[in-house]
Every structure is written in structure tokens, then in C-alpha cells.
Write a protein that binds this ligand. Structure first.
Ligand SMILES: [Fe+2]
Length: 347
């Protein structure tokens, strides 16, 4: 078996491959590492057959849909998953076959209703059902302490104690443990009675994870994160540095339109000298009157450099084929002591 563990922050994802056939599966990919998984696969001479999410993640952004689409392979989740982009739904006890690998799904609800663990040869990928020295929380949507109790004490802890445990998260830099070690040392598993365990889980009082609503929205629907939208826009436009713009403005006359897409009060309070103003929210509807020449060179800026990226991509879609965005925003320009022009006072 070929095996690679990719750690980012506390997220753990796994590439498991068959050494004979080079078939592989990818488990719990995280969106920022998308290029890395594909690079590992190509370097190792593997082909991914399935992209598997052990459950609907609430605390990070899954790359399953994007990688599934990029490679034309199915996204696999448990039958209970509501995500519309899932191509293959597994029930308890079913196997996936990739080359000589046998990947067995065990339905282990509790952290979420759609949680499953995956047994592959000498190891089990436990998602967030069983963590190293802890368990997944049960207080997020579809979580249930009673189900988690059954999944742990009725299923996972009955597996071979020597099985290696690879969870979906670990925040202390540990790579894995074993079922036997968890039975012996995991503090939460020492509460062996149902009432004792569920009472413990109900009173953990954990903080909500960062990006909870955005993670659930995108992971459950296949929709895009805000970062993805900006990143896709930035991939189809060129940028100009603050220094380059400063130099060009100093060597007037310049040959391009500097376009401020912030709100009116921000523009009036101070803007790049000579800039024209169309707020982002009105861009599409005012573009015909404000920018009549599609061959114009246009440099868009905003306060932080994000909205301007989206606006420049929109302008390109509209046919302004020389639209670019400032690398950085007016905040950096202003704080760098560069020249600022204010709106003329009304007469
Ligand atoms: Fe989770």
C-alpha cells in the first residue's frame, strides 16, 4: 500500500494507493491543498479513482467536489450525506475497490449523521468520530451523543486493537494512534457507560469553529467559498503593483483609466489622483455610459484589493480586454504616504 498523509493546520487528509496497479483514493481533501494532492499523485505515478469525504465538514473547506470534477472521478460519501455533488453513496459495510485495495465503509454517526469510517488493510480512517485522545464533537448540526456512543462502543472500539487510527483532525502534530491505545488512554473513552459518556459530550461547551456557516454552506451544496471566487477571478486578470502605478502617474500623461470601485463616501474622502469612480455595485449597469471604449486600458482598485479583483474580472467578461487590478488596495496606497486627491467641495 502506498500512503501519504497531508497535514494543514489541524486537518489531516490521506492519499492511499495500490502499489501494484497504481490506483488510489483520496480521503478528506482540504481546498488549499488541491494542487499538492495532484502533485503527489503525479509524482508517485498514481491515478485517483475516488475522492472520499468521511463526513460533511463544518470546520474546513472540502476540495472533494473540485478534485472530483478536475479528474472526472466520483465523490464518495455516506448515504446520509445531502451534498448534491456526491456521485457514489455508501451504506454501512460496503466496499470500494481501487486496484487491489479494499476500502470498507463503517457508518459511524454521532459527530454528524453522515459520518463514516474507512478500514483499509492495517488502518482505519476515523474522520471526526474517533480522534487521538478525543472524539468528534456532537453539538454541531446533525451531531448526536447517543449515536456517537453507539458508533464508538458498538463499532470502532470492537475492531482489532492493533489497527492504526488516522483521524480527520489532530491539532498537536500527531500522525496516528491505534484502537488499543485509544481504548487504554483516550480520556473520553474512559466514560464507558452510555449516560456518563453522553452527559460528558453534552457539556463540553466548545466554541463554534471558525467559518462554520461558510463551510457548511459550501460543503453541503458544492457552492464556492469567497476565497475561491476571488482566486478564480485573480487567475484570469493581470495585476499592477503600487510602485508601477505610482511611477506611471508621476510620468503623466498616463494612457489608462484608473477606476475606483469603492462606495461614494470612501471615494470622496480620498482617492488616487485622477481616478474615475463607479461603485462595484453599479458597475455592470453603468459601464456603457462610463466606459464607452472597450479597448481602454483600465486599472481597477478598491480598499483592500479583493473587490477590485472581482470587478476587473467582470470588466473582462464584459469585453474590456485590457482590464487589470491593482495588486493591493487604496489602504496600502494611503498608508504608504502616496498622493491622495479629495472630492471637490460642492460650490
Ligand atoms: Fe468534522
Amino acid at each position: 500500500m502506498l500512503f501519504e498523509q497531508v497535514t494543514v493546520g489541524g486537518c489531516q487528509s490521506y492519499l492511499v494507493g495500490c502499489a501494484d496497479t497504481r490506483a488510489a483514493v483520496l480521503i478528506d481533501p482540504e481546498i488549499s491543498q488541491r494542487d499538492r494532492y495532484l502533485a503527489i499523485v503525479s509524482q508517485a505515478g498514481l491515478r485517483i479513482h475516488y475522492v472520499i469525504d468521511t463526513h460533511t465538514h463544518a470546520d474546513h473547506f472540502s476540495a472533494a467536489k473540485q478534485i472530483g470534477e478536475a479528474l472526472s472521478v466520483p465523490v464518495v460519501m455516506h448515504h446520509e450525506s445531502v451534498a448534491p455533488f456526491v456521485g457514489l453513496r455508501l451504506d454501512d459495510g460496503e466496499l470500494l475497490i481501487a486496484g487491489r485495495l479494499r476500502i470498507q465503509a463503517i457508518h459511524t454517526p454521532g459527530h454528524t449523521r453522515d459520518s463514516m469510517s474507512l478500514v483499509v488493510e492495517d488502518r482505519v480512517f476515523t474522520g471526526d468520530t474517533l480522534l487521538i485522545g478525543a472524539t468528534g464533537r456532537t453539538d454541531l448540526p446533525t451531531g448526536d451523543p447517543e449515536q456517537l456512543y453507539d458508533s464508538l462502543f458498538g463499532k470502532l472500539l470492537n475492531l482489532d486493537p492493533s489497527l492504526k487510527v488516522y483521524p480527520a483532525h489532530d491539532y498537536k502534530g500527531r500522525s496516528h494512534t491505534t484502537i488499543g491505545e485509544e481504548i487504554a488512554n483516550n480520556p473520553r473513552l474512559q466514560k464507558r457507560g452510555r449516560a456518563e459518556f453522553t452527559d460528558l459530550m453534552r457539556h463540553l461547551n466548545l466554541n463554534a469553529p471558525d467559518h462554520l456557516t461558510e463551510a457548511l454552506r459550501t460543503n453541503m451544496s458544492g457552492g464556492k467559498t469567497v476565497t475561491q471566487l476571488i482566486s478564480e477571478a485573480s487567475a484570469v486578470i493581470p495585476f499592477m503593483s503600487l510602485n508601477e502605478l505610482r511611477t506611471r502617474l508621476a510620468a503623466r500623461p498616463n494612457d489608462f483609466v484608473v477606476l475606483d470601485v469603492r462606495e461614494k463616501n470612501a471615494f470622496d474622502a480620498g482617492h488616487i489622483p485622477g481616478a474615475r469612480h463607479v461603485p462595484r455595485g453599479q458597475l455592470e449597469l453603468r459601464v456603457n455610459e462610463e466606459l464607452s471604449d472597450p479597448t481602454l486600458r483600465i486599472l481597477v482598485y478598491c480598499e483592500l484589493g479583493k473587490i477590485s479583483t472581482l470587478a476587473a474580472a467582470t470588466l473582462r467578461q464584459l469585453g474590456f480586454t485590457r482590464a487589470a487590478a491593482l495588486d493591493g488596495g487604496f489602504k496600502t496606497w494611503r498608508e504608504g504616504g502616496l498622493p491622495v486627491e479629495k472630492a471637490a467641495e460642492p460650490a
